[in-house]
Design a protein around this ligand. Sequence first.
Ligand code: ATP
Length: 375
Amino acid sequence: MLKWLTLSGLGRSAGEMLVVDGSVGEGGGQTLRVSVALSAVLGQPLKIYNIRLHRSPPGLRPQHLTAVKAVATLASADVSGLSIGSSELVFQPHTLGGGQLEFDAGTAGSTTLMLQSLMPAMCFAREPTNAVLKGGTNNPMAPPFEYLKWVLMPVLELMGVSCKLELRRRGFYPRGQGSISATCQPIEHLKSLQMKEWSAVESITGLSYSCLLPNHIPERIAKSASRVLSQNQYDNVDIGVEALQAVDARCSVGPGCGLILLAKLSRGGILSADALGERGKPAERVGEEAAKALLAEVERKAPVDRHLGDQLILWSSLAEGTSEYAVTELTSHTLTSAQLCASLTGAEIKIDGRLGERGRVVVKGIGLRNPRLHP
Ligand code: ATP
């Protein structure tokens, strides 16, 4: 039985202006990024207030500011309220042209989160776009670069997206200075997505990476993850090890390490989990954390992981037809994004399940046609 999601007050369309209370629901940077992305793609002005109201410190942080600046440049938008700490923005997009963009958070702010805001606009632009984004590439509480490349992109490709992602240099907290590049081709429309069925885990792969650390660290991370997985009957595990040093062009300016694991399902779907190293945290714990988190995902028997669950809502809302997917966990990010995207696009979104549990997401998208390809 499907339940309609009801969370009021998040967003509404007042005439032509999209109006969003940024503090409702999850109330973090995601609400801002999704709102700005939709404003640019739909070509409708946006007013967003109470941005990150309950976060400390509230308002725009460098990562959010840089994301908005990047989308604003692509959309030739007029923007007011664009400064660190600002809690209100008015974003007035004009056209999505394309071309070359380069933005630097100036901190370790997540480049992958910036790209999440920019990518929909790049896909609905008139011309191909290349964006080079600088900051962190492997941050806590954000998708690692590899997640975008190996988990999000294959699913978006099923929906018709064509973007090439490249890691130019890793960036870790606190020094950042990493760099990623994304080149997206304009699309005419997005296709709907069907990822409803669970199927057996075909293989588990991963990448254990480090910069400016002894090689034994990523090796120990990989070994401890393999041990936990094999204790749980997953013996077919292949984790690559990448230990970069200063001579490598892709090496970060400060030390860091982490692990991303991927469970490929035999009939479609890739579940992922990751963990980052930090000073004083044994390498073995990094491996165990990621492995246990992956096992938790796999046990829930759905083809879409908890993070992808929220990240797909914007795309499904714009797609043609009805998308449906089963997700390992309904997070507050997912519920918030569902309410926000439904309000701003007019898509019909149904969520079956409860917060923190396995669930099902059904999105009747608006079938947006790229108006810039058909003037
Ligand atoms: P805040 O306002 O709390 O500082 P933020 O701007 O850092 O927020 P959130 O609003 O929390 O970001 O959104 C985080 C996004 O990153 C979500 O889309 C979530 O799915 C994604 N995410 C977080 N951790 C991971 C991870 N380990 N793997 C993949 N995606 C992740």
